[in-house]
Design a protein around this ligand. Structure first.
Ligand SMILES: *Cc1c(COP(=O)(O)O)cnc(C)c1O
Length: 392
C-alpha cells in the first residue's frame, strides 16, 4: 500500500471512528502550515532563542581512543532545553496548535519526560495543559509529576487497566475525541495514526539537518555511520532522515534488549516483534501468539514501548537501516564509559546508542566517522543507577 501516511506497507490511518474527524482536521492544518514560510521562521526562532539550538556536534576523542576504531561524534541533544530532543517536537506541535486556534494541549506520559516537555511549551505559549499519567507511573515518577505542576499543567491520574502508559493513551484519545475543536493532542514520538509519524519526524529532522552541516564544517564529508537509540523512534528518525538518500551513510538503531531477548523481558519491537496494528498504525509490535500486546521492560523508561514508529519498520524491511538490541547491562556499562571518558552523563536511553556506536566504530576502523545521537542527559537516571548498583 502507498499514499499519504504510508511507509511501504507500514503506517496508515487505523483510527477509531470517533477520532477520524479530529485527525482529518489536524492533517489539513499541518499540511497547510508545513508549507508556510512564516510558520517555519517562527518555529526556528523558538528553537534557537528558547530551546538552545543548534546543539553542538562534539568530537569525543577520549571515548574514540578508548574504543580504538572510527572517530565518534556526539550530537548533543542533552544540551537542549529540558535536557533531551523531546522539546523539538513539543515546540513544533504546540506552535501548530496555537496557529490552528487551539487553546488547550493534552498529552500522555509514561516516565514523565514527554509530559514535562509538553508542560514546558504550553507555559511558553500560554496554552492550558493537561497530562494523562497512569497511577503506577505517578508513584514511580513523583518528581516529574511535581515538575509538570510547577509548569502550570494539570496531571490527570489514570486508574483504569494496568494504570500505566497504554491506559493513559486510551484516556487521552477519549478526551481528544470530544474536545478536538479547541484541543490539540501532542503525541511524543513518531507513532500513532497519520499525520503524527510524518509530522513528528519533520519536527525532529532538525537533528539530522544540523548534523549534516556540522559534519561538513568539521570534516568536509558526510559521516560514515549514524547511530541512535529507538523507543518510539523519534530521535533516531530525526537524525537519519536528512541522510536517507545518501546511500553511503550507514544507519544503526539500538533497541532495548532489557534483561535479554530470550528472557522475554525487553522492548525490542523491531528485533523481536511481529506485524500488526497498534495506536492507529501498522507496524512491528511485541505480541503473543494471539496478538495480545506483550508486557515490555527496559532499564530506560523512554525505550519501554511495545511498538515502533512505522517508518523504522519500513527502513528495517528494505534494509536501509539496521537494528540491534542492547541489554540493560550493556547500556549501564556505556553509561559509565561516557561519564568517565568525556565527563558527560548520558540518559540511559542514549547509553544504548553509545554501546552500539562503540561496536560500529570498532567494526568500521580508523579514518571513519560515526555520529551518535546523545538524545538526553542522565541526571534523571543517576538515582536509579546508584540504587541498581547498590550505591545508595
Ligand atoms: C523519550 C526518550 C527517548 C525515546 O524516544 P524516541 O522517540 O525513540 O526518540 C530516547 N532518549 C531520551 C533521552 C528520551 O527522553
Amino acid at each position: 500500500m502507498t499514499g499519504e501516511g504510508y511507509f511501504g506497507r507500514f503506517g496508515g490511518f487505523y483510527a477509531p471512528e470517533v477520532l477520524v474527524y479530529s485527525l482529518k482536521e489536524l492533517q489539513a492544518g499541518y499540511s497547510k502550515l508545513s508549507r508556510d514560510p512564516g510558520f517555519k521562521e517562527e518555529l526556528n526562532g523558538l528553537l534557537s532563542t528558547y530551546a538552545g539550538r543548534p546543539t553542538p556536534l562534539y568530537c569525543a576523542r577520549r571515548l574514540s581512543e578508548k574504543i580504538g576504531g572510527a572517530t565518534i561524534y556526539l550530537k548533543r541533544e542533552d544540551l537542549a532545553h529540558t535536557g533531551s530532543h523531546k522539546i523539538n517536537n513539543a515546540l513544533g506541535q504546540a506552535l501548530l496548535a496555537k496557529k490552528t486556534g487551539r487553546s488547550r494541549i493534552i498529552a500522555e506520559t509514561g516516565a514523565g519526560q514527554h509530559g514535562v516537555a509538553t508542560a514546558t511549551v504550553s507555559a511558553l505559549l500560554g496554552l492550558d495543559c493537561e497530562i494523562y499519567m497512569g497511577e503506577v507511573d505517578v508513584e514511580r515518577q513523583k518528581l516529574n509529576c511535581y515538575r509538570m505542576n510547577l509548569l502550570g499543567a494539570k496531571v490527570n491520574v489514570v486508574k483504569s487497566g494496568s494504570r500505566t502508559l497504554k491506559d493513559s493513551i486510551n484516556e487521552a484519545m477519549r478526551d481528544y475525541a470530544s474536545t478536538s475543536d479547541h484541543t490539540h493532542y501532542l503525541i511524543g514520538s513518531v507513532v500513532g495514526p497519520h499525520p503524527y509519524p510524518t509530522m513528528v519526524r519533520d519536527f525532529q529532522s532538525v537533528i539530522g539537518a544540523e548534523t549534516k552541516d556540522q559534519m561538513a564544517s568539521a570534516t568536509g564529508k558526510l559521516p560514515d555511520a549514524l547511530v541512535a537509540c529507538v523507543g518510539g523512534g523519534s530521535n533516531s528518525i530525526g537524525l537519519f532522515h536528512p541522510f536517507i538518500d545518501d546511500r553511503e551513510v550507514q544507519m544503526f538503531g539500538a533497541e532495548a534488549a532489557g534483561e535479554g531477548i530470550d528472557t522475554g523481558s525487553h522492548s525490542a519491537s523491531i528485533v523481536a516483534g511481529k506485524e500488526g496494528v497498534l495506536h492507529g498504525s501498522r507496524t512491528l509490535i511485541l505480541q503473543d501468539e494471539n496478538g495480545q500486546v506483550s508486557e515490555t521492560a527496559s532499564v530506560a523508561a523512554g525505550l519501554d514501548y511495545p511498538a515502533v514508529g512505522p517508518e523504522h519498520a519500513f527502513l528495517n524491511c528494505i534494509g536501509r537501516a539496521a537494528y540491534t538490541a542492547v541489554t540493560d547491562r550493556e547500556a549501564l556499562s556505556a553509561f559509565h564509559l561516557l561519564s568517565e571518558t568525556e565527563g558527560i552523563i548520558p540518559a540511559l536511553e542514549s547509553a544504548h546508542a553509545i554501546h552500539l556506536a562503540a561496536n560500529v566504530a570498532r567494526e568500521l576502523g580508523p579514518d571513519k566517522n560515526v555520529v551518535v545521537s546523545l538524545s538526553g542527559r542522565g541526571d534523571k537516571d543517576v538515582d536509579q543507577v546508584a540504587r541498581l548498583e547498590g550505591k545508595s
